[in-house]
Design a binder for this molecule. Sequence first.
Ligand SMILES: [Zn+2]
Length: 381
Amino acid sequence: MPRIERESIVELLKGLVAIDSVNPCMSPSHKGEGEIGEHVARLLQAAGLDVELQQVTEGRNNVIGRLRRGNGEKRLLVLAHMDTVGVDTMTIPPFDPAVVGDRLYGRGSSDTKAGLAAAVATAEDLAVERGNFDGELVIAATVDEEYEAAGVEALVKKVKADAAVDLEPVGMKAIIAHKGFAWQRFRVLGKAAHGSDFARGIDAIIRTGRLLEELSSLNGKLSKASHPMLGPPSLHASQISGGEGWSTYPASCTLTVERRTVPGETREKIEDEFRMIVERLASEGIEASTELCFFRPATEISPDERIVRCLVNSAAKNGIVCPVEGMAAWPEAGTLNLAGIPTVIYGPKGCTGHEADEYVEIGSVVQCAQVLKSTVLDFLG
Ligand SMILES: [Zn+2]
C-alpha cells in the first residue's frame, strides 16, 4: 500500500505531533527529543532502513536511516528536525492533533513534523519498490534545531552526502539562499559619582547615545546594498542595560546588537565594522569595547546545482509550481552548505512555525512527499 497518500500521511503526522518534543533548552520542563527519536527510528526500521542513533547530548539523539540500492556512489541526504518551540502561549491543544478541513493543527504540525512525515513516507514508499535507484538515501531526523542546531552540527561530522534537502515549512518553494547573523555586545564606560557631582561623574548611558547614532548610520548604509534574493543586510539594537540608581552617574552601559548578514559578509567584515565604530568613539574620548559573541554566516547555492534542478523538475512533473527563492531566517541548511553539502530547503504550506495556533495544509504535505520521492529517484537515478 502506498504511503504517500492523504490518509497515511495524516496518520503519520498525527503520530509525530502527539509526541511532545519541545526543545528542552528553551523549555526546561519538557523532556526533549528522546521519545520522538525512538518513534522515528522504529518507523524507519519497520520500513527496512538501516537505522542508527547518533548521540548529540545526553538523551538527545539524531536518528539516521539509510536505504541503499545497487553499488552507486551517489548519496542524497533528506533532513528534518524533530524538536519544536515551546507551547506556553498556544491557543490550541499542542499535542492533540486535530484535522479541520485541509488543516492539521498542533505544535510542530508545520515546523517541521510535516516535513518529517513526508520524509518517512518517502522512505517507506521507496523501501518497498526494488531497483528504483542506484546509491544511498539518508534520512536524518535531528535534535535542537530551534536552539543551537547542535543536531545538524553533529550530523555533518558523521554523514557525507552529494546534496541535501532540508525540510522546513517554506510554502512549496525551493529555497537556495538564507541570511546569517552576528550577535555583538558593546560596553560603554563612564565614571560613577554621586548624582550631584557633575564635575566628576561621566554618564555611560548618555555616551551610549553616540554609539546608537553610529549604529543607526551604519544601518542606513547597509540598507543601500541588496542581495537579489534576500534584500539588504540590517542591524537592530536588541537589549540595553546600565546604571545603578537615581542619584548615581552610571559607570557602564551594555548594549547588544543583532546584525543580519547576506552571503559574502564574513565574520571579519562584521568585526571590522564594529571595531571602527569603537575607534571613532575613542577619538571623541568615549571609552568603549566590543565583542562578537556568536556568528552564523549566510549561505547560498547556485540555482544550477543538480539538487535544485532535480527538485524543480520533480515539482513540475507532479504539476506543482516551485519558485526558487531565498529566506531571511537561518536554517540547518547553512551548516550543511558550509560542510560542502549543497542543500535546498523545501516543504509544505501552512504556518511558518512557532504560531499560537500552528497548523499545516495537509494537501501540501502530500504534494511535498510526492515531489520529494521524485527528487530522490531523479537525483539517485
Ligand atoms: Zn523548523
